[in-house]
Design a protein around this ligand. Structure first.
Ligand SMILES: Cc1ncc(COP(=O)(O)O)c(C=O)c1O
Length: 481
């Protein structure tokens, strides 16, 4: 308890303490199955006389918030609602009781820690600020007049942008799709969320890669889905595993991130792509192809996407501008049969009435401009250099302590820690040293792995981050042995 009464305040100290405890009770900070802190201990903690605490507890008793039981202390009243004239909601219980599950604590912790300026962020899955096309955007803002409609837009998202995305899909991903079969979403994440909410029901079995970014999303658990895992090797998931899982659990959907997968960086091989499409059509299993990374391929060689090979309409294709332009735009899209797109668009309308018109406008200007191509080749080259830096830093600072797969695109690097180690403790110690990564357990069932994101930092910070990490790892190995 860091709080202390304010002695300069005109309000009596016992009242301040009573109000503080009252707030704590309503926020659920004090467990209801244990007494409140004993008077003497609380008095010492707050540096007041015991009689002040007695007065504060008396005050709370007088409004029915606490009960004082002889010999067992002061307890939160079991009938707060009936007796208190203030009728406070117990926010703590509300916060815990909602059906939408919170993020894992370590994800929440990383979100807070990565706001720190002194921390080298090798954890957040996004591009470094110098990789955003900021100047081009500035030009668009200053030189291009906005003539767009300012009311609610089409339920599937701005028509012009959908036209542009349709042309982009043809040029860059070999996907032939008309604008009516596209829904613009708030990032790829919203597309996944809408699919889970609209097309699946509790108890449905779905298969995801293991490890996978999807593993870190509580939206599958929130929807009550049975989540089954498909182990990944260097060529992606094994089609035989999909068939096996389907025969056992009757899969309702398959979630795959075939290109430069998050977190492993692997690419699903062509023969496996073909076989997975065969399995999908043989058993009627829809595939969700989540593809934010294919355009980052260092060699420039992309595809073929599953969607471009799908002639039956079995694949719902998701992509986004987050990893190739700017995550803050929150522009993603999903492509699929019109019937499905209309259903998802209807749900999106219920959630947010569609996207804000300005990111749609600027995305359309940029994606449709000649500058997009140049931006992507700059991005590929930069990401390639940053990946190489990460490898060279690992080799010089941590020779033989790690093992890794070398990704040929994307922004993530999956790294095995040779000496068995608690990755969460490793993270805690690393944060103290000023560097963060994602423990593998957040992203899958495999122990002993961590994910570095090389797209998030510049060359110097990647090297310094790995140097700090290496210090921590060596120290922990030393203590262990
Ligand atoms: C594979 C994959 N899919 C989807 C997303 C969500 O991205 P966004 O919602 O920013 O488009 C991410 C983000 O890390 C990702 O790695």
């Amino acid at each position: 308890m860091d709080w202390k009464p304010d002695r300069s305040d005109k309000k009596p100290i016992y009242k301040q303490i009573a109000e503080y405890i009252e707030k704590g009770i309503s926020a659920g900070d004090f467990p209801t199955d244990l007494p409140l802190p004993p008077e003497r201990r609380l008095a010492e903690k707050l540096n007041v006389n015991r009689s002040t605490i007695v007065a504060a507890y008396d005050e709370l008793q007088s409004i029915g918030l606490v009960e004082r039981k002889k010999g067992s202390g002061t307890w939160i009243s079991t009938d707060i609602w009936g007796l208190s004239h203030k009728r406070m909601p117990n926010w703590g219980r509300y916060v815990e009781g909602g059906s939408f599950l919170p993020n894992q604590p370590v994800v929440q912790r990383l979100r807070t820690e990565t706001q720190r300026e002194d921390l080298i962020d090798l954890a957040s899955g996004e591009l470094a600020p110098d990789l955003f096309p900021s100047e081009t955007f500035q030009e668009i803002f200053t030189k291009t007049p906005f003539h767009g409609h300012l009311g609610y837009d089409h339920p599937q998202g701005n028509e012009m942008l959908r036209e542009t995305i349709s042309m982009h899909a043809k040029e860059y991903r070999d996907i032939q799709i008309n604008p009516e079969s596209i829904l613009i979403t708030s990032g790829a994440q919203q597309a996944i969320h809408l699919i889970v909410q609209c097309l699946l029901k509790p108890g449905d079995a779905v298969a995801i890669e293991d490890p996978s970014y999807a593993y870190s999303l509580p939206i599958f658990q929130t929807a009550g889905l049975k989540v089954l895992h498909l182990p990944i090797d260097e060529n992606g998931v094994n089609p035989d595993d999909i068939e096996h899982l389907h025969k056992k659990h009757r899969l309702r959907m398959l979630f795959l991130n075939p290109d430069h997968q998050n977190p492993t960086g692997t690419k699903l091989s062509l023969s496996r792509r073909k076989r997975i499409l065969e399995i999908s059509s043989e058993y009627g299993i829809p595939i969700i192809e989540d593809d934010p990374y294919s355009l980052t391929s260092f060699s420039g060689e992309t595809g073929p996407t599953l969607k471009s090979m799908d002639h039956l309409g079995n694949v719902l294709y998701i992509s986004s501008l987050s990893k190739i332009v700017a995550s803050g735009l929150r522009i993603g899209w999903v492509m699929g049969p019109e019937k499905v797109i209309e259903r998802l668009a209807d749900a999106k309308q219920q959630v947010d009435f569609g996207h804000s018109v300005f990111p749609l406008w600027v995305a359309n200007e940029f994606l449709g401009s000649g500058q997009f191509k140049g931006h992507i080749s700059m991005l590929r080259q930069q990401l390639h250099e940053r990946r190489d830096q990460l490898i060279s830093s690992l080799n010089s600072h941590l020779r033989e302590k790690t093992d890794y797969f070398i990704p040929e695109g994307g922004i993530h690097f999956w790294c095995k820690i040779i000496e068995p180690m608690d990755e969460f403790r490793l993270l805690e110690e690393s944060i103290k040293r000023g560097v963060a990564f994602v423990p593998g357990n957040v992203l899958g069932t495999k122990k002993g792995y961590i994910r570095f994101t090389f797209g998030r930092g510049d060359i110097d910070s990647i090297n310094e981050g790995i140097r700090r990490f290496a210090d921590v790892l060596r120290q922990m190995v030393k203590i262990k042995n």
